[in-house]
Design a protein around this ligand. Structure first.
Ligand code: PEP
Ligand code: MG
Length: 565
């Protein structure tokens, strides 16, 4: 059994498909039997030929030119190249080493000329080499659109572009080598409702391609060897989870009320206007976090004001007057946008990021704020500032918004005059001066993903310090309680949009502390509504009192877990 971080609840049972996006390497062994190695190479060359024929046909059909790929096929099947490879195998090399040596020879030869076309052939051979090595090593590139049913993907990291390509119906589970509970791999797998176990070191080496596998997305356990008994146990667990889902479905269309009838707001987190459908399907009462950085990712240039305006407007219109909190660009830290050319920093999480970057890049920030303001004419938009550490940052953003409002007034362009400007409270500084920040903010939203990391001085994506990274640590819980109290004292609403807002174990504490709004993954909206319906304030106060007496995360978690059943 391999153990990672359980990042998306559910049981995935299927066969593995590995996606390798890193340098291909192999142990440099000598061949035991030249005939076997030649057969391996021949089989790999045949597989390469079939795959590239198919690809070429698809390219032709799409109006692109498949001839380049046919050129690659001809090269791999070229008698001279093959005889060179066989010669190397006869001299004692394994197939991988023989392919690498011969291809490198051709690459050196082709790239040493000034002729552009011949140089291009070096790049072609490089591509061929990688593909054949991947086939030989059983880590060939996979067409994500054509994965068979019940595939469990094993990847270094799940990226938005991968999820855009794959047919989600066929993915039974996800295993990654990198990423913590709040990483983008985790957030994406939860939003797709795919069971996921993350942060399994060396998963791509330890797990074979095409292996039978069970993934438990709540515990992070992964089994590649199992007997009938274990399989039965997991099939039963899967059935129970589906049953729970049925009960939760009954909360669709209902108000979000605690057991004593207090109304709470239950919003969804989204990363793109394309997630609007899942927020609506999940029954969200608003959007508590629109992560706009996704609009800036997977492209080569910044989105224009018009593009941003359309995206923000689509969400505002789609939510039909319900609140939409648009967070301004939260670049840096774990969120890189290559074309913005952020400097390499020793400590990117403590560096030039989010609102710090935006305030120093006024043109980019004004463009975004203008797009948000213009879109605000079409719905109930609010502006949310990430990674605040000083009152002055809020004052500066307010001044920029004021200037843009004036400009829009002069041009007669409509916008929401009383647009709210709130902040993410996700740094220890913001937590400690929450009383001061509350005087300058229309609302708070607690970002527990970052707040936990910064309070505990533990990187949210580093598996080695994962034992420290917990919103249930006494330090983080005290921080959360303080922030909510400061918002309450100032009379502004306080929400939470970090992943912890959906954790059933944390909910009693949040009810006791007086949190007003919960913003969660669209797929968690109903389960949070169901859980809140069972929680009354006075019971929650008793639980919170008990929790705050305890001095370790372990004790706190043990106690809160015991209340769950
Ligand atoms: C957070 O830090 O809790 C948060 C919601 O923002 P992100 O995960 O995008 O940093
Ligand atoms: Mg954050």
């Amino acid at each position: 059994m391999l153990k990672g971080i359980g990042a998306s609840v559910g049981i995935g049972i299927g066969k593995t498909v590995k996606l390798m996006e890193r340098p291909v390497s192999y142990a440099d062994a000598t061949a035991a039997d030249p005939k076997t190695e030649k057969d391996r190479f021949r089989a790999a060359a045949d597989r390469f030929t079939i795959k590239n024929e198919e690809r070429a046909e698809r390219m032709d059909a799409a109006g692109a030119d498949g001839e380049i790929l046919r050129g690659h096929i001809a090269m791999v099947n070229d008698p001279y190249m093959q005889s060179q490879i066989y010669e190397m195998i006869d001299s004692g090399m394994i197939a991988e080493k023989a392919v690498e040596t011969v291809c490198d020879m051709f690459i050196t030869m082709f790239s040493s000329t000034d002729d552009e076309l011949t140089c291009q052939r070096a790049a072609d051979v490089e591509d061929i080499k990688r593909q054949i090595l991947k086939i030989l090593l059983g880590i060939e590139e996979v067409d994500l659109k054509k994965l068979p049913a019940d595939t469990v993907l094993v990847v270094e990291e799940l990226t938005p572009s991968m999820t855009a390509e794959m047919d989600v119906q066929n993915i039974a589970g996800i295993v990654t080598e990198k990423g913590g509970f709040t990483s983008h791999s985790a957030i994406l797998s939860r939003s797709l409702k795919i069971p996921a176990a993350l942060s399994i070191e060396g998963a791509l080496e330890k797990i074979a391609d095409g292996a039978d596998i069970i993934v438990d997305g709540s515990t992070g356990e992964v089994y590649t060897e199992y007997d009938e008994n274990l399989l039965h146990r997991f099939l039963e667990k899967k059935k129970a989870l589906v049953k729970d889902e049925g009960i939760i479905e009954q909360f669709k269309g209902k108000e979000t009320l605690t057991a004593d009838g207090t109304k709470k707001q239950l919003f969804a987190n989204i990363g793109s206007h394309k997630d609007l459908a899942s927020a609506l399907a999940g029954d969200a009462e608003g959007i508590g976090l629109f992560r706009t950085e996704f609009l800036f990712m997977d492209r080569d240039t910044q989105p224009t004001e018009a593009e941003q305006f359309e995206a923000y407007k689509a969400v505002a219109v789609g939510m039909k007057g319900r609140e939409v909190m648009i967070r301004t660009l939260d670049v840096g830290g774990d969120k890189d946008i290559p074309y913005l050319k952020l400097k390499k920093e020793e400590n990117p999480f403590l560096g030039f990021r989010a609102v710090r970057y935006c305030l120093k890049n006024q043109e980019l920030y004004q463009t975004q704020l203008r797009a948000i303001l213009r879109a605000s004419a079409y719905g109930n938009i609010a502006i949310m500032i990430p990674l605040v550490t000083q009152v002055d940052e809020v004052v500066q953003v307010r001044a920029i918004v004021q200037d843009i409002k004036r400009e829009l007034d002069e041009k007669g362009i409509a916008y929401k005059k009383d647009i709210k400007i709130g902040i993410m409270v996700e740094t220890p500084a913001a937590c400690l001066i929450a009383d001061l920040l509350a005087q300058h903010s229309d609302f708070f939203s607690i970002g527990t993903n970052d707040l936990t990391g910064y309070i505990m001085a533990a990187d949210r994506g580093n598996a080695d310090v994962d034992y420290l990274y917990s919103a249930f640590d006494p330090a983080v819980l005290r921080g959360i309680r303080h922030i909510i109290a400061c918002a309450g004292n100032q009379g502004i609403p306080c929400g939470m949009c970090g992943e912890a807002a959906a954790d059933p174990k944390l909910l009693p504490l949040l009810v006791s502390f007086g949190l007003d709004e919960f913003s969660v993954n669209p797929t968690n909206v109903l389960s949070v509504r169901a859980a809140l319906s069972k929680l009354g304030k006075s019971d929650c106060d008793t639980i919170a009192e008990e929790v705050l007496k305890k001095d370790s995360r372990q004790e706190i978690l043990q106690y809160l877990t015991s209340l769950q059943t």
